[in-house]
Design a protein around this ligand. Structure first.
Ligand code: GLC
Length: 413
């Protein structure tokens, strides 16, 4: 974490990986703050301050802040082949997309480690604008769910959940995928990132994005109450409830929550089996019975997700599974973090601990890599990648609740 720390224009933040990801990313910085809160609270607060410092005009937070003063002189406005990071976003110094809205929860976790009134008051207005903007701009059909306008907004750029809308077959080359994404960003730009216009090109109600939003809104309620903003507390409470209810109404089918893709006025459930199956657990949206089935039939199924080094981003049994495909197979540690908390929510602390133990083994085996082979544990992608640090958070959480004080409400499946 220290080696990846950077300072620019008076702000301090952490780059996910020095070579491959040398800028600031939205959900990465939330993970960083969650890690840093265990040993450097000043750095954790600085990280959140920095990521909140460049909102887009409508209040949304951009998924990348470039920070470099000279960024425009070097890369600005050029789409480099092999790199959607440097796309044309139509704004200065940041992207125009967002990422899963976990930031209020990151702020809550940092403030739970140590209450800091001035910091809470400082970040609250921008957090509020962000969640208000999401609720206002991203629920254009009044379905009580949030839509994303580009796969990158899910944080899972190449996930098979988005293949259908990108008109990609189950297996395709990285170049084919890149071409589709660059074309989509060009559409995003033509639409000036306006949602109704983008809906004609790409509009997805993604399960993890909405589950994470529900948890983020819970955190907004927590914060608003502490800052005596009763009206907002009530507003966010209602919205968190609406997202959960709508996830059940529009996403749940035969015990499984599915992402919906919009095309020509119709929402169609996406059947690709990815870790998104477990995201509802994180938000507590599944009933105990549903959670049990999801855990037993999918998570603990060795032919699907329970590999030596879980959790594969895409099920081993899915036709799209590709062991080294970006979000199409490999294990990413942030996924393990979400599922760890999801399991604990349903009292499955032993399984959560086993997931944590296997995550620790993975790090011991291959170090801090971006992704890993879920079967052999071999590392792929970026090096010196920060997300492995989330293991520290899992370990502290696990240790803080001794087994007998765990929230077990039922026997483990
Ligand atoms: C990749 C990941 C995304 C992450 C970014 C920086 O684009 O898909 O989730 O935020 O890298 O680490």
């Amino acid at each position: 974490m220290r080696q990846n720390r950077r300072e620019a224009l008076g702000q301090h933040f952490t780059v996910p990986s020095p070579k491959l990801y040398p800028f600031q990313w939205l959900w990465d910085s939330c993970f960083h703050a969650i890690i840093l809160r265990h040993f450097d609270l000043d750095a954790a607060r600085a990280e959140l301050r920095a990521v909140l410092s460049n909102p887009l005009a409508d209040g949304l937070l951009p998924h990348i802040i470039y920070w470099k003063d000279d960024y425009r002189l070097t890369n600005w406005g050029r789409e480099r082949r092999g790199d959607v990071i440097n796309a044309v976003w139509g704004v200065d110094g940041t992207s125009s997309l967002t990422q899963p809205p976990i930031i209020a929860e990151a702020v809550r976790l940092v403030l739970t480690a140590e209450w800091h009134e001035a910091f809470a008051y400082e970040v609250y207005p921008r957090l509020k604008s962000y969640y208000e903007a999401l609720l206002r701009e991203r629920d254009i059909d009044n379905r009580g769910l949030l839509g994303i306008i580009n796969p990158d907004e899910s944080g899972e750029d190449n996930s098979p959940r988005f293949d259908d809308l990108l008109d990609l077959p189950h297996t395709h080359t990285n170049d084919a995928h890149l071409d589709r994404r660059l074309a989509l960003i060009a559409k995003n730009a033509e639409c000036t990132f306006e949602e109704r216009c983008m809906q004609q090109h790409f509009w997805v109600e993604d399960v993890p994005f909405n589950a994470i939003a529900a948890v983020g809104l819970d955190a907004m309620v927590w914060l608003a109450e502490r800052l005596n903003d009763t009206d907002s507390a009530r507003f966010f409470f209602e919205k968190a409830r609406t997202i959960r209810t709508s996830m059940r109404t529009h996403m749940l089918s035969e015990g499984i929550f599915r992402t919906n893709a919009y095309r020509a006025g119709t929402y169609t459930p996406i059947t690709a089996e990815t870790w998104a199956l477990f995201a509802p657990l994180y938000a507590g949206v599944a009933t105990d019975e549903e959670a049990l089935t999801i855990i037993e039939e999918y998570l603990l199924n060795e032919e699907k997700f329970w590999t030596p080094y879980p959790i594969p981003s895409t099920s081993l049994a899915d036709p799209c599974y590709q062991v080294d495909g970006f979000w199409r197979g490999p294990t990413w540690i942030a996924v393990n973090w979400f599922v760890f908390y999801g399991l604990r929510h349903y009292g499955c602390t032993l399984i959560a601990d086993e997931l944590m133990t296997r995550t620790a083994k993975l790090l011991a085996h291959s170090g801090f890599r971006e992704q890993y082979d879920p079967v052999t544990g071999a590392g792929f992608g970026a090096s010196q990648f920060t997300w492995g640090g989330l293991l520290l958070d899992m370990e502290r959480t696990s240790r803080a609740s001794a087994p007998q004080r765990g929230r077990a409400r039922r026997s483990q499946p």
